[in-house]
Design a protein around this ligand. Sequence first.
Ligand SMILES: C[S@@+](CC[C@H](N)C(=O)[O-])C[C@H]1O[C@@H](n2cnc3c(N)ncnc32)[C@H](O)[C@@H]1O
Length: 252
Amino acid sequence: MSAAEFDARERCNWSGLAQRYGQSYARVCAGSVSFLTESAQVQPGHRILDVGTGTGTVAAAVMSTDAMVTGVDADTSMIEVAARLVPEADFRLATLPALPFEDAQFDAVLANFVINHVGRPMAALAELRRVTAPGGHVAVTIWPQPPSPGAALLTQAIRDCGAQRQISKLASQDDFPRTERGLRELLEAAALHSVTCKVIDWVLEVDPAEWWEVASGVSWMREFESSHLSFWVRSSTGSGTSVASSEHRTGS
Ligand SMILES: C[S@@+](CC[C@H](N)C(=O)[O-])C[C@H]1O[C@@H](n2cnc3c(N)ncnc32)[C@H](O)[C@@H]1O
């Protein structure tokens, strides 16, 4: 699938879904936030950009450290919900790989589970680097392969129900291996330096019926009827992710 087709599908998959996302997958994605802020070495007074802010979980965590927060997302409903959660932050509608900021405007740029939702990951990372000040940090997370127990459970449920998932696959020239090495090499190819990358994991305990009620319509799960899959989610949902951080140095 071309990058443009991938991005168009992403716009559909997130459109107007902030409330449902906030009650479901945002809770899954919250597990990596402390790793992300530590990796980016967020300090009081820093200018921080949260890209693909969603319902504002990362922005809220950063704001609590007395840093100055700007958040962007490609979906209006996400921006609206994030702005209610973190009224002190500056939220704007913007879509990677083009951000409406001058070069070197931020001390750190964070993107929690966003690089895996863009049609041109390399161009997106180059844009994160562009808006990061010399000596600043870029920190991102993606879902790794092989998948976490929670992600594997969903795939198994879909398979066992006889449903087909239409996977949005990037064109080979745009894709990268969803491994520590794959993500590290992508960051390095985007001219980021001193890159470290590791797989982290955490457990999110949920009431299956309650969680599934909202989660089933979010992102790519929108393609399925919740009734097809609801009986399957009976246990806690575990997650794992690759978290990577890197430094942006000028002239090197
Ligand atoms: C999995 S959610 C992560 C949200 C948030 N970072 C969090 O931790 O909860 C992915 C978010 O990225 C946004 N997004 C997807 N593609 C984007 C793009 N090209 N530019 C900006 N935001 C994008 C979606 O609208 C969605 O809010």
